[in-house]
Each structure stands twice: as C-alpha cells, then as structure tokens.
Design a protein around this ligand. Structure first.
Ligand code: GRF
Length: 178
C-alpha cells in the first residue's frame, strides 16, 4: 500500500492515481499544496514544520500517520523537504523519489534551471531510493530527453515531467510486486 508525499502541483501523484496504483494516503509539508486536492477520497494530511519543535518530531508524526493507514511503500512526488532517519528508518528500502535530471548530475531543488544554465544537450528523469542526502540514494531507473535550443525552465520541465509520469508508475508498480 502506497503513501505519497508531495509539496506542489502533484502531477506525479496524478500519474500514480491514473495508473490505478494502491495509493492509500497523501501527505504534504504544505497545507495549501495542490497535490492534496487531487487525492479525492484518499486520506490526506499536512505536516507543517512550524507546528513541530523539530524535523525529527515532524517526521515521526508523519511516519506514524502513514503506518496507521497501512502504508508499506512511500513515494516522494515533488516532496521538497529532506527526510530524517526518524522517518527513513521506519520504511527501510521503501522510500522512492522522482527527480528531474540524470542523477548524480544536478541534484537539488533547482535542477531544471541549473541544467539550462550549464548548456547541456541532454536531460532526463531519475527514480531512486531515498537516503538522508540530497537526491543521493541508489538509482532504480532513468530515461533521457533532449534539451532543445530555445528551451525555458517551463518547456524543459514539461518535457521531463512527461517522462516522469510514465517512469514513476512503472517503477512503483515493480516495487509493489517485489
Ligand atoms: C517533479 O519534476 C519531480 O521530479 C520533482 O518535483 C516535481 C514535482 O512535480 N521532484 P509535481 O508536483 O508532481 O507536478
């Protein structure tokens, strides 16, 4: 059973839902995240950092809530906070992330802009297991897209997201079957 963490638009969450995957809980670090509105009848919750005394406490509360909903696999779909070991130790080898670059190149929150600034010819999407680093866990799958002349952060990110929306559900389905 899948729990999704998202901070923003939630198009990757939508792809998981459209693929019919067993998403049972959606959590965010932002109460106003659009992703939460995509969840329909699925349980949602916000865990805003300002409401806890530290990250460990917030991450423990979030892990407790996901476990209460029967979650055994956690998917980060545009979740913009690092997770502490207080969270990761609760779901060993069962937290995956999708990132808009060919990792280990261009980790971090500004990957799309940084790839355009660097002038690279090829970008892509990566699905990887999550550790405490920034986009640094073992890579599970990658797919490439060209960077076109005249690309803006928006056009490049849209091309990458098209790939993410196919790649992420496929890998999550494989993880569910293991
Ligand atoms: C995606 O590009 C994902 O790779 C990155 O954040 C973005 C989230 O987009 N980690 P969305 O909220 O799923 O639309």
């Amino acid at each position: 059973m899948i729990g999704v963490l998202a901070s923003g638009a939630g198009t990757n969450l939508q792809a998981l839902l459209d693929a019919g995957l067993p998403v049972v809980a959606v959590a965010s670090n932002r109460r106003d995240a659009t992703a939460l509105t995509r969840a329909g009848n699925i349980a949602t919750a916000a865990f805003e950092l300002t409401e806890y005394s530290n990250r460990d406490e917030r991450d423990t509360a979030m892990a407790d809530w996901l476990e209460e909903h029967g979650v055994t696999l956690v998917v980060l779909a545009g979740y913009m906070h690092l997770l502490t070991s207080a969270f990761l130790d609760r779901f060993p080898n069962a937290v995956v992330n999708v990132h808009p670059s060919l990792l280990p190149e261009f980790p971090g929150a500004h990957a799309v802009e940084e790839q355009l600034t660097a002038g690279i010819a090829e970008s892509g999407a990566t699905v990887h297991l999550v550790d405490e680093g920034v986009d640094s866990g073992p890579i599970l799958a990658q797919e490439r897209v060209p960077v076109l002349s005249g690309d803006t952060p928006e056009t490049l990110h849209a091309r990458i997201k098209d790939i993410e929306h196919r790649l992420l559900p496929r890998i999550v389905e494989e993880l569910c079957a293991r």
